[in-house]
Design a protein around this ligand. Sequence first.
Ligand SMILES: NC(=O)C1=CN([C@@H]2O[C@H](COP(=O)(O)OP(=O)(O)OC[C@H]3O[C@@H](n4cnc5c(N)ncnc54)[C@H](O)[C@@H]3O)[C@@H](O)[C@H]2O)C=CC1
Ligand SMILES: O=C(O)CCC(=O)C(=O)O
Length: 526
Amino acid sequence: MPKVLISDKLSPAAIDIFKQRGVEVDVKTGLERDELIKIIDQYDGLAIRSATKVTQPVIDAAKNLKVVGRAGIGVDNVDIPAATAKGIIVMNTPFGNSITTAEHAIAMMMALARDIPQANASTHAGKWEKSKFMGVEVTAKTLGIIGCGNIGSIVADRALGLRMKVVAFDPFLTPERAQDLGVGKVELDELLTRADFITLHTPLTDKTRNIIDANAIAKMKDGVRIVNCARGGLVVEADLKAALESGKVAGAALDVFEEEPAKENPLFGMENVICTPHLGASTSEAQENVALQVAEQIADYLLTGAVTNAINMPSISADEAPKLSPFVKLADLLGSFAGQLTETGIESVTLEYEGEVAGMNTRALTNAALCGLLKPLLADVNVVSAPVLAKQRDINVEEVKREEPRGVYETYMRLTVKTERQERSVAGTVFSDGKPRLIQVKGMNMEAELGPHMLYVTNEDKPGFIGALGSVLGNAGVNIANFNLGRTGAGADAIALIEVDQEVTEDVLKAVNELPHVRQAKALKF
Ligand SMILES: NC(=O)C1=CN([C@@H]2O[C@H](COP(=O)(O)OP(=O)(O)OC[C@H]3O[C@@H](n4cnc5c(N)ncnc54)[C@H](O)[C@@H]3O)[C@@H](O)[C@H]2O)C=CC1
Ligand SMILES: O=C(O)CCC(=O)C(=O)O
């Protein structure tokens, strides 16, 4: 039974889901880093919110971890490259808390416009400072949204309902989508100069870090109000403080901070600053949503191989996971076959999918093929890291899909690897027994199952070769389990793919290589 650790405060709905699905679950919140490192090797899955930091040392210690599920959106508390390198899938729940977070941003904007927290505190203190708290209307004001994805779009919708004008800066927002949303798509500088209120809704990335600094603030309207319910690192707190002190910025409402939990912060105690302790996603509805979703996603992956909302892996639905499985195996075998024969730098890899397989999740298959291909060449590779490693090595990966099979097989997959020296292709299919078969090597037809120990020989098609090869193997005590032959024509290029029951030793390989008409012999392992 797979075992999952919930290491942050999640709705109890998650525990129920894990138990119902047959996943053992432990809940241990508030663990120190070293405590987590000590126990993480017991778990196949880890369910977190933002408090747990899944750093390289945690990943290093996570000997059995297969999946990290973030009950929420931002995954900046997870070292994704480290997880990817180790084959650990990182998932989030991209929509479960978006409405709640957008509502928090709107609430923060309204609170800023009318000084509600300050007026509340003053009234509770019996001061009745009616003239002190003169607010501004939001109607007809311009709201600038930086990052108009799920949350930003909901904020736009609600702001339009408040009769605001909305402009958005988001390099990935298409003009059509902007039009559908009813927002003006603008560049950052234009947003900064036009907006009365600015709200941030981007992830924290190298591009967005410090996006609001002194330079950006200088371009803003005097008296602008800033809302940040996304991530702390987006705003340079020292620069914001200076602008709040000078009056350039009339007010700021912050749910997130450079350092969290924020027990101390230069902005704390300022009259024109409203703070909440990262409450953006904190409604019972959102927490129920993300907890249910993350538990289902983690359980699905651990129990069925289905992948949903992964950051570092293409999605595979629960329905397609069993259908895909023999093709994943085939893709891995084709990759591994080509990888074991590849001795020089790979320039490109082409995956051709024909017939039924062309309608499947080919990205997952391509990843499996790349993993098989790179495994003999690189020490540490898995289906999650393979595409990243291929990209890092400038290997051009291409997929070609043809719905109609061109040959005799209903479904056909071919892998072609182009290296500095040559191009090599190998093709296969899955038979109705669910077993993958190799059906073409270098364009030569055959029908071979791949066993754990294989001998691959390229030779000239000459009489006596098969007997001589059989004798070498027999004399060395190597039992032949299966013998598969292919050739381009009588007397021309030929290949033999032999499954043997024992490992092929260097001596046997040398003897085979020395046989007349043999061009190359290689021992392959699967
Ligand atoms: N305060 C809280 O409790 C919560 C905070 N968040 C934060 O909100 C962020 C946004 O969440 P979603 O809207 O769901 O994500 P999303 O991925 O749907 O939207 C993010 C948008 O930012 C845009 N973007 C990326 N780089 C940009 C750049 N350099 N400049 C401008 N726009 C850029 C993207 O194109 C995308 O449209 C999350 O990454 C998370 O950090 C999310 C949920 C709760
Ligand atoms: O889990 C939380 O409370 C924070 C949510 C959040 O920041 C996110 O989903 O990105």
